[in-house]
Design a protein around this ligand. Structure first.
Ligand SMILES: Nc1nc2c(ncn2[C@@H]2O[C@H](COP(=O)(O)OP(=O)(O)OP(=O)(O)O)[C@@H](O)[C@H]2O)c(=O)[nH]1
Ligand SMILES: [Mg+2]
Length: 493
């Protein structure tokens, strides 16, 4: 998410950090910030305003005279990013008595129907039964698409045939929802058009006027950048939108829409779509987004995702097993499955402060997903007995596992070594206090123990000094010799 803008802003801010903090240098650095924003397709006026607000604060006496002025400037940029995107209240209008009605609208293909399913899934998890209503009669397949999604998450769905009218479908759907006391929220899936046009607006305005949904949410495709922002403006003028759901943020988006939509339309982003799966919806938190944009990770987001996807009881049981030294390769494999459920590894790793930068700096880092799959493959090729007692894996078993999983015997060896080191560490840690445990974990990660990719690297690294170092060393020696020659000549004179 947002690689370009993260790199651009980091470059600009590190320029400020590196240079002597004069007014000129700060201006130059903030000029680079502006450039990074524009390159990320942020609206022109928004970018200019943003930079002038940051400049005004950065030039203040307090900043220039502070102990670490450059850190203060990063702080100001962060704060301004948060203000640019917030504040936002992502709650839906669930009522204790009665039915809440939410209408989703947006251009064709922006992700309305998928997002209906994502919202319904989220509401159901929270204990509020939703009903979906298929009010998109433009595309005949749309009705079936919504029905399929509703079946997937097992929520009711109201449909009529395509020759009905959208308003009638909404009215009848609402009637049916009212008749079912369990249903708390109705989500209307409406039709999209390629462009904002009067036909579409009339259709939506009529539903809005006659059904009076409690919230109108606009679904925008983040990949379309400023077009998304412009269409949001048009929709908001016609319908008074309560919130935006920005989809496809998992793709190669530049971030312009996320950064501009609130400033241009006054409508906050309430949710973001981060994948095609129905569980790929997140509440929008401006702080978390600012953290991610500045490459600072997003711990709160990470914890939220973990809470959603990881079975707490199972995790606690595993922790206990670890501390008691009863952790097996089976448990190891279970943990990896849990981690995988949280989403693509690269995205997850970027949410860990400090790790995002490492990934960006090291583009040829091996694919973490592939590594996990490889490890899983090896564990799957073991017998249950071998998984519980890895000590029993001798040479011939090791070769069998390697063959069965399509890996080299050395890979199996590495996995076993890594697992052995980890379980030894865990047992040791069981007897330690918190402080020592932290120290041990740090030592372990410094040694690359927590870096699965590093342990499983296929090719051997022969020498720590790469060819680059060797030429650099040669050059250094040459310089030294030259200096010595000069000195000798000087002495002779
Ligand atoms: N990667 C990614 N794809 C998404 C996301 N949300 C939706 N999509 C995909 O976008 C495509 C269009 O989604 P739909 O939900 O059918 O969009 P729609 O707005 O209902 O489209 P119309 O009904 O034709 O107007 C589908 O292939 C979805 O899987 C998201 O957050 N991330
Ligand atoms: Mg649709």
């Amino acid at each position: 998410m947002f690689e370009g803008i993260t790199d651009g802003l980091k470059g600009a801010l590190s320029f400020i950090e590196r240079s002597r903090l004069t007014e000129g240098n700060i201006r130059e650095g903030l000029g680079q910030v502006r450039q990074a924003l524009l390159e990320a397709d942020v609206n022109f006026d928004v970018a200019n305003d943003f930079v002038s607000r940051v400049t005004a604060q950065a030039m203040g006496e307090k900043v220039l005279k502070s102990i670490r002025p450059s850190e203060q400037i990063v702080g100001i940029v962060h704060q301004e990013l948060v203000e640019l995107m917030g504040p936002v209240d992502p709650s839906l209008p669930i009522r204790r008595d009665g039915l809440a009605v939410v209408m989703l609208c947006g251009l064709q293909g922006s992700g309305k129907t998928t997002t209906c399913g994502k919202l319904a899934r989220m509401l159901k998890e929270q204990g509020h039964l939703p009903m979906l209503v298929a009010a998109d009669l433009q595309r005949p397949a749309a009705i079936e698409q919504l029905q399929v999604i509703a079946d997937q998450i097992d929520v009711p769905c109201y449909t009529e045939s395509a020759d009905s009218s959208p308003l009638a479908v909404c009215r009848n759907g609402l009637k049916q929802a009212k008749a079912n006391p369990e249903v708390r929220v109705v989500i209307l899936d409406t039709a999209g058009r390629l462009h904002v046009d009067s036909d579409l607006m009339n259709e939506l305005e009529e539903i809005d006027r006659k059904i009076q949904p409690h919230q109108v949410l606009l679904v925008c495709d983040a990949m379309t950048g400023q077009d998304a922002v412009n269409s949001a403006k048009a929709f908001n003028d016609a319908l008074e939108v309560d919130g935006v759901i920005l989809t496809k943020l998992d793709g190669d988006t530049r971030g312009g829409a996320a950064l501009s939509v609130k400033a241009v339309t006054g409508v906050p982003i309430k949710y973001i779509g981060v994948g095609e799966g129905l569980d790929r919806l997140e509440e929008f938190r401006p702080e978390g987004m600012a953290d991610r944009i500045l490459g600072m990770g997003d711990v709160v987001g990470l914890v939220k995702r973990a809470q959603e996807q990881i079975d707490e009881e199972e995790a606690l049981a595993q922790q206990q097993k670890m501390l008691e030294g009863k952790f097996t390769l089976d448990d190891f494999s279970k943990q990896m499955k849990m981690m995988k459920k949280m989403g693509p590894m690269r995205e997850i790793m970027k949410m860990i402060p400090g790790v995002g930068g490492m990934i960006a700096d090291n583009p040829d880092m091996e694919d973490p997903e592939a590594d996990l799959t490889r490890i899983e493959g090896m564990i799957n090729a073991m017998t249950p007995d071998e998984r519980s007692n890895p000590d029993r894996i001798d040479r011939s078993r090791r070769n069998r596992i390697a063959k069965g999983s399509g890996n080299a015997a050395a890979d199996v060896n590495n996995l076993l070594k890594q697992f052995d080191a980890m379980s030894g560490m865990m047992q040791q840690m069981a007897g330690m206090g918190m402080k020592d445990r932290m120290k041990a974990v740090k030592e372990m990660s410094d040694g690359g123990m927590l870096d699965g990719g590093a342990q499983l690297r296929k090719e051997k690294i022969r020498s720590k000094r790469g060819p680059l170092d060797r030429t650099a060393a040669k050059n250094q020696k040459r310089q030294k010799r030259k200096k010595a020659r000069k000195a000798r000549r000087r002495n002779r004179r």
